[in-house]
Design a protein around this ligand. Structure first.
Ligand code: F6P
Length: 548
């Protein structure tokens, strides 16, 4: 695998970047009356306006060439057909199989039809969800269940939590779903305070069933259940698990029939479509869960079949590479103008940063260029009163994705028009900025003296020419939530493919886990720490002192 920097299109883009360096987006609009229309694409309930980018038609054509030269078509075929594209773990990458069309009968992976397993699991989920909602599932004192607590972390938490929150208007009244992730005891303590052990079911979600935080929280939940009157022999009525490690889940005390499978061909951060999404299904019902899958599948079909110039994941992925590698953008912001999507940046952060935070090409040699940027963001309009200042006037170029539904689930007076207006005005302001002449004129119009104009006007200049995409949908539904998240999954894959990295392993998180175990042992035993660095020694001593 050679570096993408060797590709002819990469070199052409480097040259082209210099030609574009002084071109302002406003000029691009002035030169092309059709720009807004031609820099548009849509799929699976979303339309993308990418006209506010520092890109001409030639830029896009070069980016498409780069995508092709990087082997995108073969990579897509490889993923969808179950090739072991996760080479360091020798695994297929088949989250797309979790939402495959019912018409598709087979997808063989290493001699097994994975679609049979997917469908059997969906049937198991249907039964579980129905029994909880219709009250067939009873707790130890024969009461119906009112609360489900999902215990998991990382991909076994963020996707389910974000989607459950996104689908708040679709949540059923019968069961309330809660999430516990952090090993910090404050997380589970806060949740348990609201709950009654007689009417609570815990879902322990862990692909490995070996994740420290999840096991600690699961043990704490079981201890709370027993300490508050739950009989030991009825633990199985109050605990279910989602895991590919059935033995460990059984050893924990979960009845085998309450264990939902996971497979090594589904990465944690791509797993909300599997039984890891059980909390979503409990919250919104299986019908809505199926619509979520339908939305993701619609995006999969689009990704597989749309030409690059209309392909949302390809357009957004390639533009991201344009900014990361040719404009030195170090971060990328996601700003949903929708309260229910306020946590979405956290899920996309894990999805993208755990996937593309890599320094080696697939063959193990070092990369020659930057890979995944820092992904961050939060809900508009809140961010406008917090970090948007830096977007507008800071020294860094930060591409932004604005995400907005046209209709609100909660129309209150004209709040939604104001919300939407703010979304558009932010992308407009980022693009057009404010010149020195405009700033000076504003001050003069407000009656400022010439001395004041000279002093203040430079501070009011906003450079503009800052890029953004705007994604619109009619309304946030299970379908459009599914297609939106699948869009970002594929965008991540497009970028990883262009960079020539493996987006599906995560070796970097291991060292911290190993060192964490060592330090934990030093905190709880009398250990000789003298060979550790002085900072770590002092920090260990502070903890030991606090605990006598
Ligand atoms: O430590 C990182 C990680 O392995 C993520 O990739 C994963 O989503 C998370 O931990 C949780 O893993 P598990 O589902 O096995 O508990």
């Amino acid at each position: 695998m050679s570096s993408p920097t060797q590709l002819p299109a990469w070199q052409a883009l480097a040259q082209h970047q210099q030609e574009m360096a002084d071109v302002h987006m406003s000029e691009l609009f002035a030169d092309d009356a059709q720009r807004a229309e031609s820099f548009q694409a849509s799929a699976a309930g979303w339309s993308l306006d990418y006209s506010k980018n520092r890109a001409s038609k030639h830029t896009l054509s070069l980016l498409q060439q780069l995508t092709e030269q990087a082997g995108m078509s073969a990579a897509i075929d490889g993923m969808f057909s179950g090739e072991h594209i996760n080479n360091t773990e020798d695994r297929s990458v088949l989250h797309v199989a979790l939402r495959a069309s019912k018409a598709q009968q087979t997808l063989m992976v290493d001699g097994v039809n994975v679609l049979d397993e997917v469908r059997a699991t969906l049937a198991q989920m249907e039964k579980f969800v129905a029994e909880l909602h219709d009250g067939t599932w009873r707790g130890y004192s024969d009461k119906a269940i009112t609360d489900v607590v999902s215990i998991g972390i990382g991909g076994s938490y963020l996707g389910p939590k974000v989607v459950t929150e996104a689908l708040t208007p679709y949540q059923k009244d019968t069961i309330k779903v809660h999430f516990v992730a952090n090993i910090d005891g404050s997380d589970i303590t806060g949740k348990l305070k609201q709950l009654n052990p007689e009417t609570t079911v815990f879902i322990v979600s862990s692909k490995s069933f070996g994740t420290l935080e999840t096991l600690y929280n699961a043990n704490a939940a079981r201890a709370w259940f027993i300490d508050n009157g739950g009989p030991e022999q009825d633990v199985h009525k109050h605990f279910a698990a989602v895991s590919s490690n059935v033995d460990k889940a059984v050893n924990f005390g979960i009845a085998e029939e309450n264990i939902f499978p996971m497979w090594d061909w589904v990465g944690g951060r791509y797993s909300l479509w599997s039984a890891i999404g059980l909390p979503i299904a409990v919250a919104v019902g299986m019908d809505n869960f199926y619509e979520l899958l339908d939305g993701a599948r619609a995006m999969d079909e689009h990704f597989k079949s749309a030409p690059y110039e209309q392909n949302l994941p390809v357009i957004m992925g390639a533009l991201g590479v344009w900014y990361s590698n040719f404009h030195n953008a170090q971060t990328h912001a996601l700003i949903p103008y929708d309260h229910y999507l306020r946590a979405m940046p956290a899920h996309i952060q894990q999805l993208d940063m755990e996937s593309n935070g890599k320094s080696n090409l697939v063959d193990g040699s070092g990369v020659a260029t930057d890979t995944g940027p820092v992904i961050w963001g939060g809900a508009g309009t809140n961010g406008q009163h917090a970090y948007h200042q830096l977007l507008h006037q800071g020294t860094r170029l930060i591409p932004v994705d604005f995400i907005a539904p046209l209709k609100s689930h909660n129309p209150v007076a004209d709040h939604h028009a104001q919300l939407f207006a703010n979304c558009l005005s932010q992308s407009q302001a980022l693009m057009v900025g404010k010149s020195l002449a405009q700033a000076e004129q504003e001050l003069r119009d407000a009656g400022a003296s010439e001395a004041q104009v000279a002093d203040i006007a430079p501070h009011k200049v906003i450079p503009g020419n800052r890029p953004s995409n705007t994604l619109l949908t009619e309304q946030l539904t299970p379908f459009t939530t599914g297609s939106l998240i699948a869009l970002y999954e594929h965008r991540t894959f497009v970028q990883g493919t262009i960079w020539g990295i493996n987006s599906f392993d995560q070796w970097g998180v291991e060292l911290g886990k190993v060192l964490g175990t060592d330090i934990y042992n030093r905190l709880v035993t009398d250990s000789d720490n003298s060979q550790l660095d002085a900072s770590t020694q002092a920090l260990i001593a502070a903890f030991k002192q606090a605990h006598g």
